[in-house]
Design a protein around this ligand. Structure first.
Ligand SMILES: Nc1nc2c(c(=O)[nH]1)N[C@H]1C(S)=C(S)[C@@H](COP(=O)(O)O)O[C@H]1N2
Ligand SMILES: [Mo]
Length: 320
């Protein structure tokens, strides 16, 4: 059976102990609002959003152990309160404080450009309880902090195969929602809106490239890019564009928002690379959120075996 009752959800499998205990308490004291079934059959609802911070809709998924890493998970609290999401302000704490006003239902994704099946798709066209998987990936920001997060989602390659790019397509461009009424950061010109990011098509087809719709067993909190965001674990965090509404296939390399605003600092490739300094600081080390001592940054964020071949024969100081 796909839909479990809230009481049957094994929180211990998906959350660290403290959250597990908090949630048990929450489940015990909350009225069971009934196991919700949305049209997609994806959710096992447990009592809405009453429990500030946790208790978002639970998702049904299987764990993909091939993409697990043996490192401590970053606390849910840190993952969801220390964010970059300029649409909701430029400080790390602002998205958690202000992103709740974003309406994420209904949501659709427009696929256009060099594809055989351009259309306006719904999330359910790409993801269901059978295809949803959990992968533990690192996320490293260019500002030298990193986290380890249990993401829920599906491979970007699955979406790409469905929409069938033509032989001319060489790149994929992603756009975030533009809705200044809800995204207060967009009322100021800190970045060129909408936020845009892109990948070369072979990067996008790499099995690691992931579209996340949840984390820690639940739908994405708005501040983490609800309802769907990219996670490219071998690249700096800014490549992992949030709240995606458009995917365009192109022949030309897309110009991403960060490259447009500071081309010398944020290149198109943005691979995590300890050997290439940011113009204003070294990238050799990073602070894992929750840890005291800095750690060494790994080439391609530790995913060299999977992705180094994509860049052989490329001068990574030029194509940074
Ligand atoms: N639309 C959009 N996507 C975005 C950003 C943003 O400002 N707007 N920030 C990026 C940056 S710089 C980082 S480090 C990651 C942070 O993801 P997290 O808040 O889920 O950790 O989101 C990326 N995706
Ligand atoms: Mo970032």
């Amino acid at each position: 059976m796909l839909i479990k009752k809230a009481e049957q959800i094994k929180s211990s499998e998906i959350t660290p102990k403290d959250i597990y205990q908090q949630r048990r308490q929450f489940l015990k004291t909350s009225v069971n609002l009934g196991v919700g079934l949305t049209a997609s059959g994806l959710f096992a609802t447990h009592a809405g959003d009453v429990f500030a911070g946790y208790g978002l809709k639970s998702l049904k998924y299987s764990k993909n152990n091939k993409y697990n890493i043996n490192e401590a998970l970053t606390k849910y609290k840190d993952v969801t309160t220390y964010n970059n999401f300029y649409e909701f302000g430029a400080s790390k704490s602002s998205p958690a404080a202000t992103a709740h006003v974003l309406t994420t239902e209904p949501w659709s994704i427009k696929v256009e450009g060099l594809v055989e099946k351009p259309a306006v798709y719904n999330l359910e066209d790409f993801v269901n309880a059978q295809t949803l998987e959990e992968r533990v990936y690192r996320l490293r920001c260019v500002e030298r902090w990193s986290m380890v997060i249990p993401w829920l989602g599906f491979p970007l390659a699955e979406l790409i195969k469905k929409v069938k790019p033509t032989s001319k397509a060489k790149f994929v461009e992603f756009s975030t929602l533009y809705r200044p009424e809800e995204m207060h950061g967009q009322r100021r010109g800190v970045l060129a809106w909408p936020y845009i990011e892109g990948l070369r098509l072979d990067e996008a087809m790499n099995p690691l490239a992931f579209l996340a719709v949840g984390l820690y067993g639940e739908v994405l909190p708005n501040q983490n890019g609800a309802p769907i965001r990219l996670v490219v674990p071998w690249k700096y965090g800014f490549k992992s564009i949030k709240s995606i509404v458009k995917i365009r296939f192109t022949e030309q390399q897309p110009v991403s928002s960060w490259t447009r605003s500071a081309p010398r600092e944020y290149g198109f490739y943005s691979n995590v690379n300890p050997d290439v300094d940011h113009p204003r600081w070294s990238q050799r080390r990073e602070r894992r959120i929750g840890e005291f001592f800095k750690r060494k940054t790994l080439m391609f964020n530790g995913y060299a075996d999977e992705v180094a071949h994509l860049y052989k024969n490329m001068d990574l100081t030029k194509y940074f």
